[in-house]
Write a protein that binds this ligand. Structure first.
Ligand SMILES: [Ca+2]
Ligand SMILES: [Ca+2]
Length: 295
């Protein structure tokens, strides 16, 4: 082989190797980007398309949900009222074969109302829709998803009672609402939250055993949530027992259990005396019954 031919052959060989490595580098970079994007958000499979959903910081105070349809390059932005948290992976909540995302939008914590919502895709426009629940709540972790024949219902228990929401045909409605149980007498925590003054207590006096003399229940107030806590419920004069769980209110019900009036903690959680201790009670037979999880 003559020298110029050898040089040309070497040059083209080196160029091929450089091109090959450039191609490998490009493929690796694309693979890394593709691998990184799912961890940053969700992919929503709806009506034959795949939408990318990412939450990005809009400012110090709000986050922005960015939805992108890679097939067309279109994207949409939804500005939240604080932080957005998608509670689970995408699910088909209304049973129509396409996925939605369940999320909560708000400042976070128990200080302020948070709004549950569903991020859905409009089947005709192929655009994302932000569908808010009809009622906002404080304790967002209390929203439970119950499944009934492939369709979701959402149960929330809060200070206003127990709510059952349903998702159907692109909207969320209230299917049932069980209001707080009415009480003969009650004490409540503080309406405002994040109190930082001196410790506070509440007292409830009521003749629980109907012997003509009132019994007394003492509760502390949780400075963070404003709820009653560590309420000392009377068992006998010698040994009051403690209720550890927090209650937004503590009330006396008209019903009796082992000679003592039953109590209500919060909107609808009932406490019964079993002769020795106070226990969370099964719902009374006169209370409205839900097909799902309301007490
Ligand atoms: Ca669906
Ligand atoms: Ca008494």
């Amino acid at each position: 082989m003559e020298a110029p031919v050898l040089l040309s052959w070497l040059r083209s060989g080196i160029q091929s190797i450089v091109s090959m490595w450039a191609l490998v580098g490009l493929l690796l970079a694309r693979a890394a980007a593709a691998a990184a994007s799912p961890t940053a958000g969700h992919e929503l499979a709806a009506y034959g398309q795949r939408f990318e959903v990412n939450v990005v910081k809009g400012s110090d105070l709000v986050e922005v949900v960015v939805v992108r349809l890679p097939a067309t390059g279109r994207s949409w932005e939804f500005i939240s009222s604080g932080r957005v948290v998608f509670s689970t992976a995408p699910r088909d909540y209304d049973g129509d074969g396409s996925e939605e995302l369940l999320g909560v939008d708000g400042p976070g914590g128990s200080c302020c109302p948070n709004q549950d919502f569903i991020l859905a895709i409009d089947p005709h426009r192929l655009e994302p829709r932000w569908v808010a629940f009809p009622e906002s709540g404080f304790e967002t972790q209390d929203l439970q998803v119950e499944w009934d024949a492939g369709r979701a219902h959402f149960v929330r228990k809060d200070e206003d009672g127990c709510w059952i929401f349903g998702w159907h045909a692109g909207a969320i409605g209230t299917l049932q609402h069980f209001p707080p149980l009415s009480s003969l007498a009650e004490i409540t925590g503080r309406a405002e939250r994040w109190y930082d003054g001196p410790p506070e207590t509440r007292q409830l006096e009521f003749d629980l055993d109907r012997d003509g003399r009132p019994e007394r229940i003492d509760c502390d107030i949780n400075a963070r949530s404003g709820h009653l806590q560590d309420c000392a419920l009377p068992v006998s004069a010698a040994s009051p027992s403690e209720l550890v769980s927090e209650c937004s209110r503590l009330g006396v019900l008209s019903s009796l259990s082992h000679g003592l009036h039953e109590l209500v903690c919060g909107a609808r959680e009932t406490l019964s005396f079993d002769g020795q201790r106070w226990r969370a009670a099964a719902p009374s037979s006169t209370a409205p019954q839900s097909a799902w999880a309301c007490p």
